[in-house]
Every structure is written in structure tokens, then in C-alpha cells.
Design a protein around this ligand. Structure first.
Ligand code: DMJ
Length: 478
């Protein structure tokens, strides 16, 4: 324990001392500076009234989903069409599963009951079709488990276990224990041996919870085996590359992209393996790898903290882009003990929101140009605001979360709910046509909980998965 703590403290010292000199000259970002000085922060109403507004916006989209796409995986709100996420022409009621614990903490009990009824009558995983193991785990297994924890329904737990058993063969058929990317739910046929860090190491929260609830250690066991195989592939610098072959156990590239995808939740789940599941090895692995990321990848550009991509063998810089998905890292490093780093990284993203109404999918952080200008209604900024607020109770996380909510409402709200954007740069931004399931699971849950004081959520002791599923911290209804 002491040794691991020392690693973190040491890495923080190195990081804070090293970033000024690392990588790029700190550019002035003149355009940003101008926009920032012109920006007026919105005045924030009382917290409960913001929570009520978030809940009513959630209902605006939820009612559209019920009206147009009930039981389908997702809604395309502009064309008013349903959309299936996993298997063409086959629905698993994804948006219902995604929303279960959000409906619960919002006190939308009639909607929750209707969702559980639909699942009880229709949800069947005995399908001759293949699913992506990562997505099925975080969205469906996690969603069903959170639904079970919210409602006590044994049906939801049974379905979570049934699906996990079908996914498990992707791990057990692999010579290394790192899961194949796809599995056929009925036949157990596996496909796609070349995977990535996120898909290799994002299961221990769901599988650990399932092991706890069922008393069967096989679920958490496969997650640990996959981690062990990947950790053995780290370089002498304690960095990981990104893509690997699960059959040969060899990397197929040489770049550490952390915390960008597709590495992101690999690190998130190492910490969660300790914080939720209580596995000390996960904690030590998290700390070891995080120390290396902070040492070799963190840098200052324009006075802001970012994470560059580097060669995992030498630490040599490879590129300087940051994905919106990486924004979650602010809360992760803060939870892991590097709070100053987490808060600084959140501030970097807040600066991005002074140039764009919503975070572009990817930016070049040396210029602030949007290298991918879409906004997929992603939750990572709200996720970090929520967790940093829980950690610090600093009101600026509420203020910035509120500003973010208003922009989402201004740019993404349509007659039938909320839609993704294809380009955040024009005014007004260009709209696409999808309400992703995770919007019901994540964005609106984080935004609601940060303002609501919900009696159904334990604000002191909780743990949410990468998909925003509350796997610890649900309190009995009252
Ligand atoms: C969600 O499915 C999860 O947050 C995942 O970890 C990353 N992608 C989406 C949201 O952006």
C-alpha cells in the first residue's frame, strides 16, 4: 500500500515539475483568448430548479422515444425513425436498459415500471447475431445490473447473467484470455482477434458486480486474466501500445494514445477494479501505468494541460490530438489521487467550450482546430463535472455543467428529443439524426445528480461505470 502510494506522489511531483518544459512551446491561442474574454458565464438558478429542468428535458426525449421507437434500441429524432444498435433488424430495447437507473434516481417510477415490463415481455438474447463484446458489456450487462440494483428485480439480474454467459466465450476461447471483439450470441462463434485496450480491459466493473451478486467468481476471473495478459506487454517505460492481437499476444501498433480512445476505459476500469471491486492488483497496475502516462504524455500547450500520443517504447511524441472522449480522464486521475492534474485537465476542456458551443469529437490542442467537428451527444465533460463536484464540492463544477447543459439544449434539442451534431463550428451548428442510448444513461444522469440532491442516490459512497451505470450508491425509494 505504502509503495503504491509513493509511486503516485512521485509521479505527481515529476509531472508538475516537468510539463512546462515538455513538448511544444506554449502558444498564445489568440482566437481563444478573444472569445474567452467576451464570454459571459450564464447566471445559474437555484440547484433544484436546474435539476427540474434537466429532468423535464430528459422526459421530452424519453416521451419521443416512447412515441416513435419504443422497444427499439435507439431513436433517430429528426427523421422520427427507430435505429437498432447491435444487430440489424433486431432490437434489445437498448435505450430502455440504458435508462433504468436514471429513471429510478429521477423518481420516474411509472416510466421505470413500463420499461421493466417491456423487457420482461421481449428481452431475449438467444439470437443468431453477433454483438461487440465491449458495447454489450458496458451498455446491456451494466444496464441490467444497475436496473436490478435499483428495482430488486431478479429477472433483470437473470438476464444480465444470461448475456454475460454468452459473452464469456469471447474470453475463454482466446488463447491469451484477452477477449475477441465480436461473439455470436447463439452459436458462440468469435471474430476479430485484433482488438484495442478499451475492448481488452473494460469488463471488471460489470463482471465483478455479477460475481458479487451471483457468488460465481468466474466473471471477475476472466476480467483479471485479460488484464494480466495486457500488463505483461508493457514496455520498460510502463507504457502500453494500443492495438493487439488476442491470439498472438503481440501489439499491432506502437503508440500509446491514452487517455484518448481506444485506450480510455482500460485505465478507468483498472481504478474501478480497486475502487468498486476491491482488487489491490488493479490499484497497483493503475498507479504504475498512470505514473508513466503523466511522465511521458502530459504536456502544457498554450498554458493548458493535454496528453500527447507517444511511442510506447521510447516516449517519443507522435501526435497532438485530443478526443472529446478523453475528457473523462479529468475525473479519473482526480479520483485516483492526482486531483490537481484532474482539475487542470478539466479546465483545458472548459477553455475548448469558450471556442465551440459543445466539444468537438477531436481537436488539435496546439491550434484548437477541430480535427473532427461532430458532437455525438457525448457525456464525458458532464461526467468529469459530476465527479469533480462530488470530490471537491467546488461550485465551479456546477456552473460549468450548467453552461454545458444550456448549450446542449440550445444546439441539440429538436421536436422529438435531442440529436447529435455533425459540425459544431457553424452558427447554428449542423444537426445529425440520433439520440444515442448513452445520452439517457449518462449525460442526463450526471447533470441531474449534480443539481438534484436525490434521496435515492448516496452522494458519499457511490461508483458509476464507464456507461454511467450506478453499480454502488443506489438507495431505497422513499
Ligand atoms: C459511452 O458508451 C461510454 O461512455 C464509453 O466509455 C465511451 N463512449 C460512450 C460515450 O461517449
Amino acid at each position: 500500500m505504502r509503495r503504491a502510494r509513493d509511486v503516485t506522489a512521485q509521479s505527481r511531483r515529476r509531472f508538475l515539475g516537468g510539463i512546462g518544459a515538455a513538448g511544444f512551446a506554449a502558444g498564445a491561442l489568440p482566437e481563444l483568448t478573444k472569445a474567452a474574454s467576451a464570454a459571459t458565464p450564464p447566471e445559474m438558478p437555484a440547484a433544484q430548479s436546474v435539476a427540474d429542468d434537466v429532468r423535464s428535458e430528459f422526459l421530452h426525449a424519453w416521451r419521443a422515444y416512447r412515441r416513435i421507437a419504443w422497444g427499439h434500441d435507439e431513436l433517430k429524432p429528426v427523421s422520427a425513425q427507430p435505429h437498432e444498435f447491435f444487430v440489424p433488424g433486431r432490437s434489445f430495447g437498448l435505450s430502455i436498459v440504458e435508462a433504468l437507473d436514471t429513471l429510478y434516481v429521477m423518481g420516474l417510477d411509472d416510466e421505470l415500471a413500463a420499461g421493466v415490463d417491456w423487457l420482461r415481455s421481449n428481452l431475449d438474447f438467444d439470437v443468431d447475431g453477433e454483438v461487440e463484446v465491449f458495447e454489450a458489456t458496458i451498455r446491456m450487462v451494466g444496464g441490467l445490473l444497475a436496473g436490478h440494483l435499483a428495482t430488486g428485480s431478479s429477472f433483470l439480474l437473470d438476464r444480465a447473467r444470461d448475456l454475460a454467459d454468452r459473452l464469456l466465450v469471447a474470453f475463454t476461447k482466446s488463447p491469451t484470455g484477452v477477449p475477441y471483439r465480436f461473439v455470436n450470441l447463439r452459436t458462440g462463434a468469435v471474430r476479430a482477434p485484433v482488438t484495442n485496450l478499451a475492448e481488452a480491459g473494460t469488463s471488471i466493473l460489470e463482471f465483478g458486480t455479477l460475481s458479487r451478486l451471483t457468488g460465481d467468481a468466474k466473471y471477475v476471473g476472466v476480467s483479471k486474466k485479460a488484464y494480466r495478459a495486457v500488463l505483461a506487454m508493457r514496455s520498460p517505460l510502463d507504457l502500453l501500445a494500443t492495438h493487439l492481437d488476442v491470439e498472438t499476444g503481440k501489439w499491432t501498433d506502437t503508440i500509446s494514445v491514452a487517455p484518448n480512445p481506444p485506450a480510455d476505459s482500460f485505465y478507468e476500469y483498472l481504478w474501478g477494479g480497486w475502487a468498486l471491486v476491491g482488487d489491490r492488483e488493479c490499484r497497483d497496475w493503475y498507479r504504475l501505468l498512470t505514473a508513466a502516462i503523466l511522465k511521458y504524455q502530459a504536456e502544457r500547450s498554450g498554458g493548458l494541460l493535454w496528453f500527447r500520443q507517444v511511442d510506447y517504447r521510447t516516449g517519443a511524441p507522435a501526435s497532438h490530438v485530443q478526443s472529446e472522449l478523453a475528457c473523462f480522464y479529468a475525473e479519473l486521475v482526480a479520483q485516483g489521487g492526482d486531483r490537481t492534474v484532474g482539475e487542470a485537465y478539466y479546465d483545458s476542456w472548459t477553455r475548448v467550450l469558450e471556442k465551440y458551443p459543445l466539444p468537438p469529437e477531436e481537436i488539435d490542442y496546439t491550434t484548437f482546430d477541430a480535427t473532427d467537428p461532430g458532437y455525438e451527444l457525448r457525456p464525458e465533460y458532464a461526467n468529469s463535472a459530476f465527479d469533480l463536484w462530488l470530490l471537491t464540492r467546488d461550485d465551479r463544477y456546477r456552473t460549468t455543467a450548467y453552461a454545458h447543459f444550456l448549450q446542449m439544449k440550445r444546439c441539440c434539442r429538436v421536436e422529438n428529443g435531442y440529436t447529435v451534431l455533425t459540425d459544431v463550428r457553424p452558427a447554428p451548428p449542423l444537426q445529425g439524426d440520433l439520440t444515442p442510448g448513452y445520452w439517457f444513461a449518462e449525460n442526463m444522469k450526471y447533470l441531474y445528480l449534480v443539481f438534484a440532491s436525490s434521496p435515492r442516490f448516496d452522494y458519499g459512497r457511490n461508483y458509476l461505470s464507464t456507461e454511467g451505470k450506478i453499480l454502488r450508491g443506489l438507495l431505497p425509494a422513499r
